[in-house]
Every structure is written in structure tokens, then in C-alpha cells.
Ligand binder design. Structure first.
Ligand SMILES: [Zn+2]
Length: 434
């Protein structure tokens, strides 16, 4: 694979470079070989991408992809209904085959919407076969996956590290393994410490949900043991105090907001408002397709709008009028969806920026589309893009979507298999919508 992308407006996400610029991108093998003006690609295939915006592939840092077949059933679910129905009822009906097809269909859907890396928070793995089947689905799709192995809620015993080690042996270019744990908020201190320690010993990402109320005392025990750092990822973070947020940020911990879902389900206010004032930033996720559509750019726009709304309110309270200056920019929201997602998943040196040596994970947005034209500002065009505007998607130097069409997959067959699988699961609700 050798390709020279010419003519596009390119958002590299590289610190010190302009937000966007007219440069060429040269891809060789699985990596970006060069970014610059008038590159000589030698025998590379040359693509004219005039009118498109090329940027790093999006990173969906938090998705329970196994729930893809539950789409639309939870559109009005609060958090308690979600926990009771998705986890308390439906999760138990999943066979390994259901995990495979949900992961495949979910991953294809993510690719279609411009996501090249997914942080799959997989907490429906009662047997190793369930995990293997989910991974098989991801690998078939061609998306880059950080498979965060979790368990059903919430066993009061440490994570099964033999299973983590078994999965780690499967790691390769498109598959990284990490741990999805209950964490100090949802497990006893000794369990939380054991789980953090297991992840630290293996140098892998450890991720946990944190929402609903004040931080539990187990957090103090984990802090005293100095067990959190850059490979620690906290999802939501609602309820954390300013002091705890600063402690975690200072240690390099990453945060993921799933703003569209958090606001609707009752998780609490997105962590964005606590992070930005101390110079940190969130990564983004879409959480569950059962409740909200898995569109990361929508998540980015919701997170941005929600934060701007808060800032204007604060300004109004202090000065009697909304803020005359923008407090958060579109470019920041795009960074949350790329650079910050890569950092949250332990891939900061691999994806999220278009630079020589980075993995060739990128997307082309068709800024000539009726809903984006005339796109005076490429950054805004990228942020405002709908799924239909994602023209092409490349992962590790391979096109996964070209000219608005997914490559190397029979989408209709995948849809049929997903419907068959989901039918027997959703039927357990006793009231499928037909
Ligand atoms: Zn979640």
C-alpha cells in the first residue's frame, strides 16, 4: 500500500501546525510516511481529494459494542432502567455468536461514521468464548480495537487475570487488550487495589465507570498505593470533587465523557466543566447504542454545546450578560474526538494525529456535500459532518470505506444476522416494538 493524498484541506492535529492546511499526505504500508507540500510519492497511487477535509480517524473511547443489536429499545431508558433491563435481563441471553455479530455490526457502523479506533468496554463475558467471539467480530470489521475486558456487574472479587493474559497473547496491530473494572466506586478496596495492580503489572489500560455520588473511600486506598496514572481511564467522572479531579489529572489519568448519554440518563454533569479550567480535556464516547446513536461527532457537538451553555450561564450570573468571547472552540471538540481519545486508550503515540510515523488511520469528509457547502472553515465542516459526509476511511493503511461505501463486507448479510441475533434477545423484554 502506497498512496499520496493530494488536494485536501488537512487537519493534522499536530501541535504547532495550523488548525488546517493544504498539504499532501503520503501513506506507506500501515503508517504515514510524510505530510507536506508537493510531496513526491514515487510510484504511489495518487488520489485527488480536492473539496474534502482529511483528518485523523475519530476515536470512540467508550462503547459497549455488544449492545448494538439493542438499538432503539432504550431510547427513553433512565440509568436505572438501563441497568435493570440491559444488564439485569438482556445480557444473560447473549450467546457467543450474539457477541460476534453485535461487535462486527457495531464496528462496521463506527467505521462508516468515521471512527477508526474503538474502545470497546466489554462487560458481558461470562465465558472465554464470549470474549473470543466479540474479538472475532472486531477483527473481521478491520477497525482498530482496544478491547477492555470486563465482567457482568459486579462481582466482589478481583478480575480474572488469567483471562487477561490469555487475551493479551492475541494482541496485534489492530487489537490491544486492557481491563474494564468496577473500580473503587463499585468494588471493595482490596478488589480495586488488586485490579489496578494487575493492570499496572501488565502495562495495560484500566478503565472504570465513575458516576453517582461522592467518591467512595476505596479511592483513598488506591491513591495511597499510588496505583493510578496515564493508563487509568475514568468514564463519566460525574460526582468527583474538584480536589479529586485535580489529583487524578495531575497523575495523568484520562477521562471520557459520553455527553449525549450522560445528560439523558442521569449520570450527572459531564466532566468537561471540571477538566477545562485546570488545563485538561475529555475524550469522547457514545456508550450504548441501545439508548443513543453511536455517532461520535454528535457526541462532540453535544459536549461542546453543553459546555458553552454552562459557560454562558456562569458569565451571566457574574456579569449579567452572556460571554462575548467564545470559551470553547470547535477545534477543541475535534481534539477531544481524536487526540484525547488516543491518549485515553493508551495509543497517543500511534493514532489521533497525522504525522510521519503514526499509524495511517484517517478519514476524508466530503465538504462539497449539500449540508456542508460552502465550507469556509474546514474544522467546522469536519465537526458538523453527518455520517453521509464521511466519504472514505482508512485504518492502518487499508481503505475500509471508499466513495461512501464500506469495503470488503456484505452489509446486508451482516444486518440480517444482527436482526436474527437481536430478535431472540430483545424478545425477553416481552414487548418488542414492531
Ligand atoms: Zn459505559
Amino acid at each position: 500500500m502506497k498512496a499520496l493524498l493530494r488536494g485536501a484541506q488537512v487537519i493534522t492535529m499536530t501541535p504547532g501546525r495550523p488548525d488546517w492546511e493544504r498539504v499532501d499526505v503520503l501513506v506507506e504500508g500501515t503508517r504515514i510516511a510524510d505530510v507536506g507540500r508537493d510531496l513526491d510519492g514515487g510510484d504511489a497511487e495518487v488520489l485527488d481529494l480536492s473539496g474534502r477535509v482529511v483528518m485523523p480517524g475519530l476515536v470512540n473511547a467508550h462503547l459497549h459494542t455488544w449492545q448494538t443489536g439493542l438499538r432503539t429499545v432504550g431510547v427513553d431508558w433512565t440509568l436505572s432502567r438501563y441497568l435493570t433491563l440491559a444488564h439485569g435481563t438482556l445480557a444473560g441471553y447473549y450467546r457467543p455468536e450474539d457477541m460476534r455479530i453485535a461487535s462486527l455490526a457495531g464496528a462496521l457502523s463506527q467505521l462508516n461514521s468515521g471512527v477508526t479506533t474503538v474502545g470497546d468496554w466489554c462487560h458481558n463475558t461470562p465465558t472465554p468464548e464470549h470474549s473470543d467471539a466479540a474479538i472475532e467480530g472486531f477483527l473481521r470489521s478491520g477497525i482498530r480495537t482496544v478491547f477492555l475486558h470486563g465482567r457482568r456487574y459486579s462481582l466482589p472479587e478481583p478480575h480474572p487475570v488469567t483471562e487477561i493474559d490469555r487475551l493479551l497473547a492475541r494482541s496485534h496491530e489492530l487489537l490491544t487488550v486492557g481491563m474494564a473494572i468496577p473500580g473503587p466506586q463499585l468494588s471493595p478496596a482490596d478488589v480495586a487495589v488488586a485490579d489496578f495492580r494487575a493492570a499496572a503489572e501488565r502495562g495495560i489500560v484500566v478503565s472504570m465507570h465513575q458516576s453517582g455520588g461522592d467518591p467512595q473511600p476505596a479511592w483513598d486506598v488506591v491513591r495511597e498505593a499510588r496505583l493510578f496514572g496515564p493508563l487509568t481511564n475514568i468514564v463519566h467522572g460525574a460526582g468527583l470533587t474538584d480536589s479529586w479531579t485535580r489529583t487524578l489529572v495531575d497523575a495523568g489519568v484520562s477521562f471520557t465523557t459520553t455527553a449525549e448519554n450522560e445528560l439523558g440518563q442521569g449520570h450527572g454533569a459531564p466532566i468537561t466543566a471540571r477538566l477545562l479550567p485546570i488545563g485538561a480535556a475529555p475524550s469522547l464516547g457514545t456508550d450504548t447504542d441501545a439508548v443513543v446513536p453511536g455517532d461520535l461527532l454528535v457526541s462532540a457537538r453535544v459536549a461542546l454545546a453543553q459546555q458553552r451553555g454552562l459557560d454562558h450561564d456562569h458569565h451571566r450570573q457574574a456579569h449579567g450578560v452572556f460571554s462575548h468571547e467564545p470559551t470553547v472552540t470547535a477545534m477543541q471538540a475535534l481534539r477531544w474526538a481524536t487526540v484525547e481519545g488516543a491518549r485515553a486508550l493508551g495509543l497517543a503515540d500511534d493514532v489521533g494525529r497525522l504525522e510521519p510515523g503514526m499509524r495511517a488511520d484517517l478519514i476524508a469528509v466530503d465538504a462539497r456535500a449539500l449540508n456542508l457547502w460552502p465550507a469556509h472553515d474546514p474544522v467546522a465542516a469536519a465537526l458538523h459532518a453527518g455520517v453521509g459526509d464521511i466519504e472514505s476511511v482508512m485504518v492502518a493503511g487499508r481503505w475500509r470505506k471508499r466513495d461512501h461505501t464500506l469495503v470488503d463486507v456484505e452489509v446486508e448479510r451482516v444486518k440480517e444476522e444482527l436482526a436474527d441475533s437481536a430478535g431472540h434477545i430483545v424478545a425477553a423484554l416481552g414487548a418488542t416494538r414492531s
